[in-house]
Design a protein around this ligand. Structure first.
Ligand code: URA
Length: 234
């Protein structure tokens, strides 16, 4: 692989910056200054240092973002998107959200550029769990909960069985789905004559939204979390 390709694919810099950095002697391959951005690197064995920092090659990138309200789960839109919340070098990596949250929904969004894995995680066949907490306009009765759990008609589609729990004695509920239809939870609540007033995704595929990750902030998934994602979609 060319060194400039390596640097752009790892989100280190743009192709033109790679050329400039090489000319300034700021790129070292196995301890020696690189002479041309078109020189080859074998990411499996070679060590590349860019401006004093070792760059680790990852074929794919996985980011956990705590989406704030008002931000759109898309790559491009007239409004602020989840991609706009990332630093510039990560915006170059063709990341996209694995599944969509509505504009008003907050919480866990997985951003990746691994298309096949994302596709598998979203396929209903794999029953990947997504857990949300929510508040509703009116309290849910035991009967409402039983109906939601069994499946409700959301306009010609009957939702698959799911789990709904009260969160302690307060106003919050949790719902765990293994599918993701358009506006699903909003429409499920409407099917029991109620309305969502707050919706937060708190886990995806067994990975929890970290309590110490503020809204609008992100972090890379850990190798253990990536392995967990892969184990869900085989
Ligand atoms: N269901 C909804 O209604 N909205 C979301 O954002 C996610 C699930």
């Amino acid at each position: 692989m060319r060194i400039d390709k390596f640097l752009t694919e790892t989100g280190t810099c743009s192709r033109s910056e790679a050329g400039k950095a090489v000319r300034r002697g700021e790129v070292l391959l196995n301890g020696k200054a690189v002479r041309s951005a078109s020189d080859q690197i074998n990411p499996e064995v070679d060590r590349l240092v860019f401006r004093g920092e070792e760059i680790i090659y990852r074929k794919f990138t996985y980011i956990l973002l705590n989406k704030p309200e008002g931000v759109v789960s898309a790559t491009e839109d007239g409004d602020v998107t989840v991609i706009d919340l990332l630093p510039e070098q990560l915006q170059r990596l063709s990341l996209f959200p694995c599944g969509r949250l509505d504009k008003y929904t907050v919480g866990f969004v997985l951003l990746t550029n691994n298309g096949p894995l994302s596709h598998r995680l979203l396929s209903p066949k794999h029953h990947v769990e997504k857990c949300y907490r929510f508040t509703a306009r009116s309290p849910l009765s035991d009967e409402d909960i039983a109906k939601l759990e069994a499946g409700v008609d959301i306009g010609g589609y009957f939702t698959a069985p799911c789990k709904v729990e009260r969160e302690g004695e307060g106003d919050y509920y949790r719902i765990t789905l293994t599918e993701g239809k358009y506006h699903q939870i909003k429409r499920m609540l409407e099917a029991v004559d109620n309305k969502i007033t707050f919706l937060e995704r708190i886990s995806f595929a067994g990975i929890e939204l970290p309590a110490d990750l503020p809204r609008g902030e992100w972090r890379f998934l850990t190798p253990e979390e990536i392995a967990l994602l892969e184990s869900h979609a085989v």
